[in-house]
Design a protein around this ligand. Sequence first.
Ligand SMILES: *Cc1c(COP(=O)(O)O)cnc(C)c1O
Length: 235
Amino acid sequence: MNDSNNPRENLDAVFGDISRAARAAARPAAGVTLIAVSKTHGAEAITPFIAAGHRDFGENRIQEAQAKWPALKAGAPDLRLHLIGPLQSNKAADAVALFDVIHTVDREKIAQVLAAEMARQNRRLPCFIQVNTGREPQKAGIDPGEAESFVAACRDQWNLPVVGLMCIPPVEEQASVHFAFLKDLARRTGLSQLSMGMSADFETAVRFGATHVRVGSALFGPRETGRKKMETEGN
Ligand SMILES: *Cc1c(COP(=O)(O)O)cnc(C)c1O
């Protein structure tokens, strides 16, 4: 964990860790996208990261993102905003309008509504299917046993632009087991991208093939509200 509150130093430190982990896995570091998770942090905390040239950011709540990001995006049109939190179908139109990548498609209803919204708004957003690899009842994500048929339905029935899989391992378990499982599932479903790894375990995730790591506190410092709360909260 990084203690500095200097955005550039924190970015350098996290990119350095990603490079080392990628090298250890004989992968190009450029194959890993660092998503800076800015949830709970205001525009004044985000602006220095944009000024430092960072372009991929993640938020987990639609309403919070709507309050912060239209203005920030106007100043940096090449920025990509990733939705990493649970999505309700009544917020799908807003999500498609504001976000650029969706990491949390996890049930039929949402897949259908998103596909319809993308067609209506003529915006095709790359989507990740969230898999509940730990089968935790309180956590979002499709059951691992249903994942293969769900991916097929998303692609073939609803024509959703599915690019990869996403997971949030149970906090009390070894993350690497879940990362390895997700990588294998991606291979079986013919998907090339893996959204996995947070501040505590992104280096492990890179060693297991993550193409997108979602890092909050190692970049922005600790959040005021508890992490558990932010992860399970709806929109
Ligand atoms: C908050 C959050 C993160 C970032 O968590 P840190 O531990 O602060 O890096 C990553 N992924 C999801 C889905 C989150 O909700």
